[in-house]
Design a protein around this ligand. Structure first.
Ligand code: 2PG
Ligand code: MG
Length: 478
C-alpha cells in the first residue's frame, strides 16, 4: 500500500537532518520551530516513545545515480514517518571493497542493474528487521551482516545492507528528536561540532574524466578560512576564476565537467594543472589561504603484472620514483594531503612514501584501506599511511564506518569522509562527517547538485550549531 502523502513529507527532507528530526512527518516548514520544540520536550520526558523506534516496514527500489547508473534507494518506516537513503557508487573502486551487487545482464543498463540487491532488501532483509529497534544501530548492522553470512557482503550486497543501515540511522535520529549529526556523534562517542575542511575537486582526471594513466583528483582545501561557509565561498569563487582562466586559455572544451563536477581541461601534466590552480587562487584573492590535496588514485595506473610499475602519461615510475615525484610536487605547491599515492597492494611503496613524506603531509589510504578495520590494523602495523578515507559503501554499514573512524583516531590518524564519483541527492555523509568530528570531507567540486547536497547540508549544520561550530582550518587532521 502506498504511504499517505502526509507521512511521505519527511522523505522530501531526507537530505536535511534538521527537517527530518525536527519535523519527521513533514508538514509546512513554517511550523517547524514550534513542532521541533514540542517534540523535544515530550520525547525526552516520555520513555513510552520508545515504541516509535521499531521498524514498521522497509522498501527498496531501483533509482539512478549521478552518472545515470542504477542504484539502491531504501524507504524505512517507523511510527515517526518514512526515512529514505540512497547508496553511492564508485568508478575507481578498490578490489578489497565490500561487494556492490549488480545484476550483470548486459542488455539491461549495461549489466549495472541493482534489482537483485533491491530484491534482497524487499524479500530477505525486510521481514527479518521488521520490529527491530532503529536506535540499536550496531545490533541491526550485525544482524544484517549475519544474515548475509559472508565477509564481504557478497550475498545481499553492500548496496542492499548500507541502504537499510543509513535509513535506520536517520529514523533513529528522528525518534530521538535530535539532528542526524548529533545522533551519529552520540553513537560514535564524539562531540559532533566540527565542520569539515572541504576537499573541492576542481580538475577531474583519470577514470572520472575518461582518461588513462592520469592523476584523478586535484582539490582545493580552504585551510585559511575562518568558517565552513567562508571555505565554501572561497572554493566557489576560485572555481569560477579557474573556469574563466581555462576557457580563455584552452577554449570552451576545457570547461566541460567530469564526474565530480571539476573541469576536464586538455592539460596532461600534473604540474601545469597545479600551476593554473594556484594562479586562480591568486586571482581570486586567496593567496596563502588555500591548500591543495591530490588523489592520484594510483591503483588505476599501476601495472602489477608487468613487473610492477606506475605510469603517468607516457612515463613509467617505480614506487621509489613515485615518492620522488610527489616529493617534488610537495616542494613546489602547497600540497597538504595525498590520497592513494600508491596502489592498493603496494605495501612497500606506501611505507616508503609515509616514511619520506608522512612527517610533512597527510598520506591517506582509500583503495588501500577500503574503510575496513582489518586493513587499517595492517596499515598501522606497517606504518603505511597516516589517514583514512572513509567511504560508507566501501564497507557497507554505518556501524562499521564508525568503527573504522574510531580505530583510525586511535592510531593518531586523520579521517576524511568521502563521496563516491557516482552520487545521489542523499547528504548522509555530511552528517557523518560532523558527527564523527573528522575535520575533513571530500565531496567534489562546488558544482552539480549531487555534490552540493552535501556542502549545502553542511551550511545548514553550521547555521544550526551557531557558536558551537568549530572550523579546524589548518588543523584539519585533528
Ligand atoms: C576516490 C573516489 C571518490 P570513486 O577515488 O576517492 O572521489 O572515486 O568513487 O570513483 O572510487
Ligand atoms: Mg580515492
Amino acid at each position: 500500500m502506498a504511504p499517505n502523502t502526509k507521512s511521505f513529507g519527511s522523505l522530501i527532507d531526507v537530505s536535511s537532518s534538521i527537517l527530518t528530526s525536527g519535523n519527521p512527518r513533514g508538514g509546512p516548514v513554517s511550523n517547524l520551530k514550534k513542532h521541533r520544540f514540542k517534540r523535544k520536550k515530550t520525547h525526552i520526558k516520555n520513555p513510552k516513545r520508545r515504541v516509535n523506534m521499531k521498524i514498521k516496514s522497509v522498501k527498496a527500489r531501483q533509482v539512478l545515480d549521478s552518472r545515470g547508473n542504477p542504484t539502491v534507494e531504501v524507504d524505512l518506516e517507523t511510527a515517526e514517518g518514512f526515512f529514505r537513503s540512497m547508496v553511492p557508487s564508485g568508478a575507481s573502486t578498490g578490489t578489497h571493497e565490500a561487494v556492490e551487487l549488480r545484476d550483470g545482464n548486459k542488455r539491461v543498463y549495461n549489466g549495472k542493474g541493482v534489482l537483485k540487491a533491491v530484491g534482497n532488501v524487499n524479500n530477505k532483509i525486510a521481514k527479518k528487521v521488521k520490529g527491530f529497534d532503529v536506535t540499536d544501530q550496531s545490533g541491526l548492522d550485525k544482524l544484517m551482516c549475519k544474515l548475509d553470512g559472508t565477509a564481504n557482503k557478497g550475498n545481499f550486497g553492500a548496496n542492499a545492507i548500507l541502504g537499510v543501515s543509513m535509513a535506520a540511522c536517520k529514523a533513529a535520529s528522528a525518534s530521538k528528536g535530535i539532528p542526524l549529526y548529533s545522533y551519529i556523534a552520540k553513537l560514535s562517542g564524539h562531540k559532533g561540532v566540527k565542520l569539515p575542511v572541504p576537499q573541492l575537486n576542481v580538475i577531474n582526471g583519470g577514470k572520472h574524466a575518461g582518461k588513462e594513466n592520469d592523476i584523478q583528483e586535484n582539490m582545493y582545501m580552504p585551510t585559511g578560512a575562518k568558517s565552513f561557509s567562508e571555505a565554501i565561498r572561497m572554493g566557489a569563487e576560485t572555481y569560477h576564476v579557474l573556469r574563466k582562466m581555462l576557457k580563455n586559455k584552452y577554449g570552451v572544451h576545457a570547461i566541460h565537467l567530469g564526474d565530480e563536477g571539476g573541469f576536464v581541461p586538455p592539460i596532461d601534466t600534473p604540474q601545469e594543472r597545479l600551476e593554473l590552480m594556484i594562479k586562480a587562487v591568486g586571482e581570486a584573492g586567496y593567496s596563502g589561504k588555500m591548500s591543495i590535496a591530490l588523489d592520484p588514485a594510483s591503483s588505476e595506473f599501476y601495472y602489477k603484472d608487468k613487473g610492477g610499475y606506475y605510469m603517468i602519461g607516457e612515463k613509467k615510475y617505480s614506487s621509489a620514483d613515485m615518492v620522488d615525484f610527489y616529493a617534488d610536487l610537495v616542494k613546489t605547491f602547497p600540497i597538504v594531503s595525498i590520497e592513494d599515492g600508491m596502489a592498493e597492494d603496494d605495501w612497500e611503496g606506501w611505507t616508503l612514501m609515509t616514511k619520506k613524506l608522512g612527517g610533512k603531509i597527510q598520506i591517506t589510504g582509500d583503495d588501500l584501506l577500503v574503510t575496513n578495520v582489518e586493513r587499517i590494523k595492517t596499515a598501522a602495523q606497517k606504518k603505511a599511511c597516516n589517514a583514512l578515507l572513509l567511504k560508507v559503501n566501501q564497507i557497507g554499514s554505518v556501524t562499521e564506518s564508525i568503527d573504522a573512524a574510531n580505530m583510525s583516531y586511535k592510531n593518531g590518524w586523520g579521517v576524511t569522509v568521502s563521496h563516491r564519483s557516482g552520487e545521489t541527492e542523499d547528504s548522509f555523509i555530511a552528517d557523518i562527517a560532523v558527527g564523527l568530528d573528522t575535520g575533513q570531507i571530500k565531496t567534489g567540486a562546488p558544482a552539480r547538485s549531487e555534490r552540493l547536497a552535501k556542502y549545502n547540508q553542511l551550511l545548514r549544520i553550521e547555521e544550526q550549531l551557531g557558536k558551537k561550530a568549530i572550523y579546524p582550518g589548518k588543523k584539519f587532521r585533528g
